[in-house]
Write a protein that binds this ligand. Sequence first.
Ligand code: 5RP
Length: 219
Amino acid sequence: MTDPKLAQKQAAAAAALRYIEDGMILGVGTGSTVNCLIQLLDGVRLKGAVASSDVTEAQLKALGIEIFDLNAVGELDLYIDGADEINAAGEMIKGGGGALTREKIVAAAAKRFICMVDDSKTVEKLGKFPVAIEVLPQARSYVARELVKLGGDPVYREGFVTDYGNVILDTYDLPLDNVSEMEKTLNNIVGVVENGIFAAQSAKIMLKASANGVETVTF
Ligand code: 5RP
């Protein structure tokens, strides 16, 4: 029997397909929901894709999809990705897979972010899921102390190195009443490369799958 969560991810991915146009260079996210989308890209006549991680890049290449360097293309029309949490404003926490920095860069270069989720990811208030913070290795302890000063509880993601060679501090309990402010505050800490709050790069469309089908929410 198909796992119901997987079936919902597949349904959200199928719904995302209708936003993809022939000849596009598509920004492609990372994670198990995106994996469902990638499986469906076989029949799409893309010009190519900009990948948000090495893993995604390898999967796209295996399908024969040309990978473009973001520096070699202009603004992207569309970026499609999943999320760990998303609120009613389209603001998200991402980075469960550790690809947050490259995901945010590709999302920033795109006109529209479409977020595919199953209904377990929608929340009233962001923050049950820890905020992944990508940190230069040498700054790890310093940044951890600064996060504690902000009220956070950082946990070093042992044995994980990002595509950029950095480490991740998964940070619980940060005060997230104003997610935009916290996104900026975190990035002001010396040694922080990027954080997993996507408020500036919020989703424009959410495709939310549940047992009842896929709902399209526009922000
Ligand atoms: C990876 C991410 C993913 O989008 C997020 O973790 C959701 O993943 P999944 O689709 O596997 O639930 O931000 O860095």
